[in-house]
Design a protein around this ligand. Structure first.
Ligand code: GTP
Ligand code: SPV
Ligand code: MN
Length: 601
């Protein structure tokens, strides 16, 4: 195997922070014997360690240094062109029985899979450095916080994990010396980045992840989708909490009343943008703050749902990010940012489709080839990403470190739907809300390899991330509802409905504040709504559309329920439930029948 990740040799005092927990030491020892690295680098998360790793990564062309004046302390990484997104078809849940993984996951037998992966890992780190990355997910003093270790032979992974998680000594301290303590075991090797030898495998019962053959974010930053969502959702169901693919935002009125909202949209459907929303001028005095942009861990306290963001940074979609669409994101990625697969300008600045200003006359595209505005190819990959510390965000919520989390007033589901689904509506109650989540659908995006733009059911935006049987997951949602005395209201939104001309009807981005305001009004029992078969719908005058350049017809189209489209939609709900082969809880089947009945009233 070609050595695409040659070993590095740190000076004394770097790479030698060995944990004292015997279970960790035994595990690293075992993986060391298997993968046979040149040396082992124990990460501590320090500044000095980071500088050393960056310097070595520059030498090995893992990173390109960007223009220090334009984007200080920032770097570009290019992943292999065959490796630019999550790959769902090689993502596996390895539970003892296929039933535990359920109808929506790829399943493989744990013993067979360990043996296959151990075969691939045998000697895989020869001539390479094995990095041991300790990290925690969650604020340092939260009861929800969990420890993970990732072993990797990729410097890019180590540098990214330092941005995306609280990494290093803090995790060693949290874990302590109890050999029986709970912690996630993550093993990653690039191997030779061959799509035929690429597998992302989860062993929920063992709290273990093994990922081989990829160097792309969602496949290899094991803290994120793999631990915080797939393994996390399994642990959450067992332990009575929730791990969800949700942003968390705070919204404060001019009078100083504050609510927190969590929202689940599928990959590349607007979570980061919504979490960083800047209200339009008309909403003078309103403030939106970010707790998290991708994942929420939630638990019940005093009959309410409280959420923390387990992450420490944002791994966001770059294309389309501009001062017009998302100024907070732009300010966040102006410094101390690790870019992946964007274009490089002649003065070592970064560029992407949708960035403010004119395109450069010449650039190097994400593949490393010459690019000009006449090129047929995109300069930046549609799924190019930034990794940036959350502390770069000017709108970071002051309670982001609060161990108890923030109380959630509303949960919003949303997808990318050109038709059928109105701009916003509210569920009648918790179980109806669970039904909205369970039947939501979205057009697929470049965040995962495969067809883009195809409508698929993506329950709670968790289709690729639920680490166990989706029927049990639905049941868990309803069990949580029973335990909540003060449950969040549940909504559904769709920023992506199109008009007859094929253009988006809704301006989106900052203007989504108008929808958020209605959500808050409903939470405060001041907002008006009409009863419709699908749920509570705002009438045009229930939404604050002042100073918005939108015509009456568009608003009517956005809020309209087209009965013909909905007959098709209802049939698709049924087909989806049927396709799950009997795991759907009775209560959700009942919800579907009631929805059908409301349309026939
Ligand atoms: P992941 O990081 O993959 O989970 O994606 P995400 O859900 O955080 O999506 P993100 O906010 O990065 O947005 C993805 C794409 O949708 C970008 O190209 C955005 O420009 C676009 N987008 C986000 N919000 C809106 C909106 O309100 N309206 C429209 N039309 N596009 C939007
Ligand atoms: C997503 O696809 O939902 C992402 C990007 O947030 S990744 O971390 O690659 O999964
Ligand atoms: Mn995002």
């Amino acid at each position: 195997m070609k050595n695409i990740a040659p070993a590095i040799f740190p000076p004394n005092g770097i790479g030698d922070t060995k944990p004292t927990n015997q279970a960790v030491l035994d595990w690293v020892h075992e993986l060391g014997n298997l993968t046979k690295p040149e040396n082992i680098f124990w990460c501590d998360g320090s500044e000095r360690e980071n500088e050393f790793l960056i310097a070595e990564s520059l030498k090995q062309n893992v990173l390109i240094k960007l223009n220090e004046k334009k984007v200080p302390r920032s770097y570009l990484h290019r992943s292999n062109p065959n490796d630019v997104a999550r790959v769902e078809k090689v993502t596996f849940i390895c539970t003892p029985t296929k039933e535990e993984a359920g109808p929506t996951n790829n399943w493989s037998d744990p013993a067979d899979t360990y043996s296959k992966l151990y075969g691939l890992l045998n000697g895989a780190m020869r001539g390479r450095t094995m990095f041991v990355v300790p990290y925690i997910m969650g604020p340092p003093d939260s009861p929800l916080t969990k420890v993970g270790f990732e072993i990797t032979d990729s410097k890019y992974v180590v540098l990214s994990m330092r941005i995306m998680t609280r990494m290093g000594k803090i995790a060693l301290k949290r874990l302590g010396n109890d050999p029986k303590a709970e912690w996630n075991r993550g093993v990653h090797s690039l191997l030779d980045v061959d799509p035929d030898r690429r597998f992302i495998c989860h062993f929920p019962q063992d709290n273990t992840i093994i990922s081989v053959g990829s160097g792309y974010g969602g496949n290899v930053l094991l803290s994120k989708k793999c631990f915080a969502l797939r393994i996390g959702s399994y642990l959450a169901c067992k332990q009575g909490w929730m791990a969800e693919h949700m942003l968390i935002l705070g919204v404060e009125s001019p009078e100083g009343r504050k609510h927190y909202v969590a929202a689940a949209f599928p990959s590349a459907c607007g979570k980061t943008n919504f979490a960083m929303l800047i209200p339009p001028a008309h909403f003078n005095g309103w403030k939106v703050t970010t707790v998290g942009d991708d994942i929420a861990w939630m638990e019940i306290r005093d009959g309410r749902l409280f959420a923390v963001n387990p992450e420490n940074g944002y791994f966001g979609v770059v294309p389309g990010t501009s001062y017009k669409s998302n100024p907070n994101a732009m300010k966040s990625i102006e410094h101390d940012t690790l870019y992946t697969n964007v274009a490089l300008t002649d003065d070592n600045d970064v560029w992407w489709e949708g960035k403010d200003g004119a395109p450069p006359k010449h650039a190097i595209d994400w593949r490393g080839n010459d690019w000009t505005p006449d090129s047929k190819e995109k300069a930046a990959h549609p799924n190019s990403r930034f990794a940036t510390p959350m502390r770069n965000n000017p709108a970071l919520d002051p309670d982001v470190e609060k161990g108890e989390g923030v109380p959630i007033s509303a949960i919003i589901f949303g997808g990318r739907r050109s038709d059928t689904v109105p701009l916003v509506y509210e569920a009648f109650d918790w179980n109806h809300g669970v039904y909205l989540g369970a039947t939501m659908a979205s057009e697929t995006t470049a965040a995962a390899t495969g067809t883009v733009g195809k409508v698929r059911r993506d329950p709670m935006a968790m289709l690729p991330f639920c680490g166990y049987n989706i029927g049990d997951y639905f049941r868990h949602w309803m069990d949580i509802g029973k335990r909540l005395t003060n449950p969040p209201l549940i909504f559904n939104v769709n920023w992506f409905r199109k008009g007859e001309n094929g253009k988006f009807l809704w301006p989106g981005f900052g203007e989504n504040m108008r929808v958020l305001k209605w959500v808050i009004d409903r939470c405060e029992q001041t907002g008006g709504a009409l009863k419709s078969p699908v749920g509570w719908l705002p009438s045009p005058h229930d939404l604050d559309l002042e100073e918005l350049d939108i015509d009456h017809k568009s608003v009517a189209d956005l809020l309209g329920i087209d009965h013909e489209e909905w007959q098709k939609e209802l049939a698709e709900h049924k087909m989806f439930f049927d396709s799950l082969g009997g795991v759907v809880p009775e209560e959700l089947q009942k919800q579907r029948e009631q929805l059908v009945a409301r349309f026939n009233e």
